[in-house]
Design a protein around this ligand. Structure first.
Ligand code: GLA
Length: 384
């Protein structure tokens, strides 16, 4: 959708001109899954699709929310605090407004129109994208001078406390801090980060959307979060650690008897080995060893499937095909799982053939087609 069309939509809905335009991308995670809330290292990058926000201030002391993707609207008086009102989309920006106010910022009436071209609920962080674009816009419009890391932290708080998902910082950080053609290597405990050149030569990063509805995703996600907490607590009987990711796979083997529960052991084993894989993947990427990077992606998927159990038949079918297709050097589910997307590194001149074949393979086994597109690491939130 082009800017002029969005401006027209804004005019139709609010009978006035939009005075501000912002955009925030979504993200994929290249490797390091389900370890951000365990204090680990992750390697996400922002993608080119995302959420636009057109905005004008109003003198009516109202927050008016509209979205081209959803029919629900909300007109709410400016007041000091808000609570979540159900499952409607506008709870995400409303949560941002609430938490900005709780932090002592004063916001005034705004007309807000959103449009997103990320597949919603597909694990590409459409929620982080709408949260971060809202916080970034408020900071600009009301002169709050928030830097992008503070914006990411605030958006995480919204997700944890207003929406009720115990997510880590990865998604919000990635969409706020993304850079073109760079992957972010982020330590989720210290928030230290570096940009790695995502130079994949004659390969392409493919995103394959399983199109499986992620209905139980939030509750299953919170269940994994709780399982990691339980495993950590048992290990803390003898280990002086704050997070599971402080434990190396070797130390984990020495102490895993403390966990004393087969399910919790599997969860913790995924976490400690995945954290190691991210470190190796970072070195491989820096040295341009793409084949090794691809093998680490496959190993990550196996661990998410067998140990963490967040993959599922749909995502496994995609990765299973990738193993049989020589021009694909690595693939894995990305994001929380339970449906959503897989990513794959595919030789550029085989991309069309890959798309056709993976689609046929998937459709035959699952009964409906996946969505496939190519992406490159993109810049984070910005005024447009
Ligand atoms: C979701 C969460 C992130 C992260 C991933 C799994 O995207 O929002 O914080 O935990 O799942 O790696």
């Amino acid at each position: 959708m082009i800017k002029a069309e969005l401006e027209k939509e804004f005019r139709n809905r609010f009978q006035r001109e939009a005075t501000y335009h912002f955009f925030c991308p979504g993200r994929v995670n290249l490797i390091g899954e389900h370890i951000d809330y365990n204090g680990g290292e992750v390697m996400p990058c922002a993608v080119s699709s995302g959420t636009w926000l057109l905005l004008a201030r109003n003198d009516d002391k109202q927050f008016r929310f509209r979205c081209l993707n959803f029919s629900e609207t909300a007109d709410l008086p400016v007041q000091p605090a808000y609570t979540k009102t159900g499952k409607e989309w506008f709870n995400y920006p409303l949560g941002v407004i609430h938490h900005l106010q709780q932090a002592g910022h004063v916001l005034e009436g705004m007309d807000l129109l959103y449009y997103g071209n990320l597949p919603i609920g597909a694990g590409l962080s459409s929620s982080a994208s709408i949260e971060v674009v809202t916080a970034f816009a408020c900071s600009n419009v009301f002169g709050l001078h928030l830097d992008n890391i503070s914006i990411a932290l605030l958006a995480k708080k919204v997700e944890n406390e207003f929406i009720g998902v115990n997510c880590g910082i990865m998604d919000q950080f990635a969409v706020a801090m993304g850079q073109q053609n760079k992957a972010i290597l982020l330590n989720c405990d210290t928030l230290d980060y570096t940009y790695l050149p995502f130079e994949i030569g004659d390969h392409i990063l493919a995103i394959i959307n399983s199109n499986k509805p992620r209905t139980l995703a939030d509750s299953k996600y919170n269940e994994r979060f709780a399982e990691c907490g339980a495993a950590l607590q048992r290990l803390q009987q003898e280990l002086d650690v704050k997070y599971l990711c402080e434990i190396t796979p070797e130390v984990f083997e020495q102490y895993r008897h403390l966990v004393a529960d087969p399910i919790l052991e599997k969860r913790a084993l995924h976490v400690v080995t995945e954290n190691e894989r991210v470190k190796l993947a970072g070195k491989a990427l820096e040295a341009g060893r793409l084949q090794e990077f691809g093998q680490l992606m496959y190993a990550s998927h196996r661990s998410l499937k067998e140990l963490y159990e967040v993959s599922g038949r749909e995502l496994d079918t995609i990765v299973e095909f990738c193993h049989t297709y020589a021009p694909c050097i690595g693939a894995r589910m990305t994001g929380a799982g339970f449906g959503g997307c897989a990513i794959a590194l595919v030789q550029r001149d085989h991309f069309d053939d890959f798309a056709e074949k993976v689609s046929a393979y998937y459709t035959e086994r699952i009964g409906y087609a996946p969505g496939i597109f190519a992406s490159a690491p993109a810049a984070g939130v910005r005024a447009v």
